[in-house]
Design a protein around this ligand. Structure first.
Ligand code: PFF
Length: 464
C-alpha cells in the first residue's frame, strides 16, 4: 500500500482545514436549536464538559491514527490489527452517506442567500416558504448543483492548493462575520404590542444561565445524549474524515496543540452561533420562537431578519454567506475523504476520482432532493421520530454508525492495541501531552460504556 507524503504545509494549514471540516451547519444551525430546546445554559455546560473529555479523546484518536499510518480509514484500521479491517469499511460508509445529503442542505443555504441578495428577503419569512422550496421539483436540484460544483472544484485542486488555501481565506472571514453578528444581536431590543420589552441581554442570560428547574434524571440524560451526538457531528469524528486529514499532517506538527486549537475553534464558533441566534430569536419571537427546533435557521431566523427592518437584509446576507462558507468547508472534507479513499482503492489520480465521486454525489443528491416530492415517504425511525430520505441518511450515519464506530474504536485502541500506541504518536517529537492520563482512562473505561448507551438509545433498544 502506498503511504502518503504530507499534504498540509504546516500546523496552521492543518488546523484551519480541520476546523473548516468541524465548523459547519452543525455549529450554526444544530447547536443553537438544541441549546434552546435543552434549557440554554444547562446544555452549554454539559456540552463544554463533553468537549474537554470525549471530544478531545475522539479527535486525538482519529488524527493520530491518520498521521501514524499515513493512510485513510479504509486501510488504516487493518494495519492496526488485520482482523479489524472491517472497521475501516464501516467508517468509510459514513462520509458515503453524508455526501448524499450535505450538498442538498448547502443548496438550501444558497437559495436563502440568493433571496437576500436579489431582493429584500422578506418572502423567506412567509409561512410555507421553506416547505414550498424544498418540495419543488427543480429549484432545490439547481441550488444543490451549484454548491456541489464549488465543493468538487476545491477538492479537484488538491490538498494544499485547494483545501488548505481555501480554508485559510474562508475561516478567518467566517470568524469575523460571526463575531460581528453576535455583538449586533446583543444590542437588539423589541417592544410587543402589549408593551412587553425584550432585550438581547435578557436573551443572553437565557442562553448562558443553566436552568435547573424541574430537572429530572431522565431529562438530564436526554440533554447528555443530545450533547453527545452533537459533539460527534460537530467535530467530524468517527467518520474517517479526521483520519484522512491527519494523514496529511507533517511529522513535526505538535498534535496535542493542534487538536486543542481545532476543539477551541469548533466550540468557539458553536458558542458564538448560540450568542448570535438565541438572543435575536428571543427578542423578536419570544420564548415560543426558541422552541422551533430544526426549523430555527430556515423558518424562525428569516422572521427575525424581517422584524429588523432595512438592516435585516444586510444581516441576512452576512448570516447566510457565513453559513454557506461553513457548509462548503465541511462538504469539502466529506468529499475529500471519499476521493482520498477511492484513490487508495482504485489507484487512480485525484482528478479521475474527483469526477467519479462527483457523479456519485450528484446522482444521490438528486435522489435526496426528490425525497421531498416524487420519492416522498414517511418512515418512523427506531428512536420514534418520523423521517424521509434525508433524515434516514442522517439517522443511519449519525445516530447508528457513529456511536457504533466510536464504540469499536475505543475497544480496539483501549483494549487491544493499547492507548500508548496513540499517546506515543502525540509525543513523538518530545512534545508535552498534559492530558495523556485522561486520554488513556477515557478511551478504556468511559468512552466504550457511554457509546454503548448512546448506540442503544438511538437505535431504540433502550428507553430513557
Ligand atoms: N462537522 C460538521 C458540522 O458541524 O456541520 C458536519 C460534518 C462535516 C459532518 C463533515 C460530517 C462530515 F463528514
Amino acid at each position: 500500500m502506498k503511504k502518503k507524503e504530507h499534504g498540509f504545509s504546516g500546523s496552521i494549514g492543518f488546523v484551519l482545514a480541520a476546523a473548516g471540516s468541524a465548523v459547519g451547519v452543525g455549529n450554526i444551525w444544530r447547536f443553537p436549536y438544541l441549546c434552546a430546546k435543552d434549557g440554554g445554559g444547562l446544555f452549554l455546560l454539559v456540552y463544554l464538559v463533553l468537549v474537554l473529555t470525549f471530544g478531545f479523546v475522539l479527535l486525538t484518536t482519529d488524527v493520530a491514527i491518520g498521521r501514524k499510518t499515513k493512510l485513510n480509514a479504509l486501510n488504516a484500521y487493518g494495519t492496526l490489527r488485520k482482523k479489524w479491517k472491517f472497521l475501516g469499511y464501516l467508517t468509510f460508509l459514513v462520509p458515503t452517506l453524508i455526501m448524499t445529503y450535505y450538498s442538498v442542505i448547502g443548496g438550501w443555504i444558497l437559495k436563502y442567500l440568493s433571496a437576500y441578495v436579489v431582493s429584500s428577503g422578506n418572502e423567506a419569512a412567509q409561512d410555507g416558504y421553506f416547505t414550498s422550496f424544498i418540495t419543488a421539483p427543480v429549484a432545490p436540484i439547481v441550488f444543490m448543483l451549484i454548491f456541489l460544483a464549488f465543493t468538487a472544484w476545491v477538492v479537484y485542486c488538491g490538498v494544499e492548493k485547494g483545501i488548505e488555501r481555501f480554508s485559510r481565506i474562508i475561516m478567518p472571514g467566517l470568524l469575523l462575520l460571526i463575531i460581528g453578528i453576535s455583538i449586533f444581536s446583543l444590542t437588539l431590543s423589541h417592544t410587543d404590542s402589549d408593551g412587553t420589552v425584550r432585550t438581547g441581554l435578557q436573551g443572553l442570560a437565557i442562553y448562558l444561565l443553566p436552568d435547573f428547574h424541574g430537572l429530572t434524571f431522565g431529562r438530564f440524560l436526554n440533554v447528555l445524549l443530545d450533547a453527545m451526538s452533537q459533539l460527534f457531528f460537530s467535530l467530524s469524528v468517527s467518520m474517517g474524515i479526521m483520519i484522512t486529514y491527519g494523514s496529511y499532517v507533517k511529522d513535526d506538527v505538535n498534535l496535542s496543540q493542534a487538536t486543542n486549537q481545532i476543539e477551541l475553534f469548533d466550540t468557539g464558533v458553536a458558542f458564538l452561533s448560540g450568542m448570535m441566534i438565541i438572543p435575536a430569536v428571543f427578542v423578536f419571537l419570544g420564548t415560543e420562537g426558541m422552541a422551533s427546533g430544526p426549523s430555527l435557521t430556515f423558518i424562525s431566523l428569516p422572521k427575525v431578519f424581517e422584524a429588523m427592518g432595512g438592516l435585516g437584509r444586510i444581516i441576512g446576507i452576512a448570516f447566510f454567506l457565513m453559513l454557506a462558507f461553513a457548509a462548503l468547508t465541511s462538504c469539502v472534507s466529506v468529499m475529500e475523504t471519499l476521493v482520498a479513499n477511492c484513490m487508495e482503492i482504485f489507484h487512480k489520480t485525484r482528478q479521475q476520482m474527483c469526477i467519479m465521486v462527483g457523479i456519485y454525489s450528484l446522482v444521490t443528491a438528486i435522489l435526496i432532493c426528490l425525497g421531498y416530492n416524487v420519492l416522498y415517504f414517511d418512515l418512523t425511525l427506531p428512536n420514534g421520530t418520523s423521517a424521509q430520505l434525508l433524515d434516514l441518511m442522517d439517522y443511519i450515519s449519525n445516530s447508528f454508525l457513529m456511536p457504533f464506530i466510536s464504540l469499536l474504536t475505543s475497544i480496539l485502541i483501549g483494549w487491544i492495541v493499547g492507548p500508548k500506541w496513540i499517546t506515543d504518536e502525540v509525543v513523538k517529537n518530545g512534545e508535552s501531552f498534559p492530558r495523556a492520563g485522561l486520554y488513556s482512562f477515557m478511551i478504556r473505561y468511559i468512552v466504550p460504556v457511554i457509546m454503548l448507551v448512546l448506540f442503544l438509545v438511538s437505535t431504540g433498544f433502550m428507553k430513557l
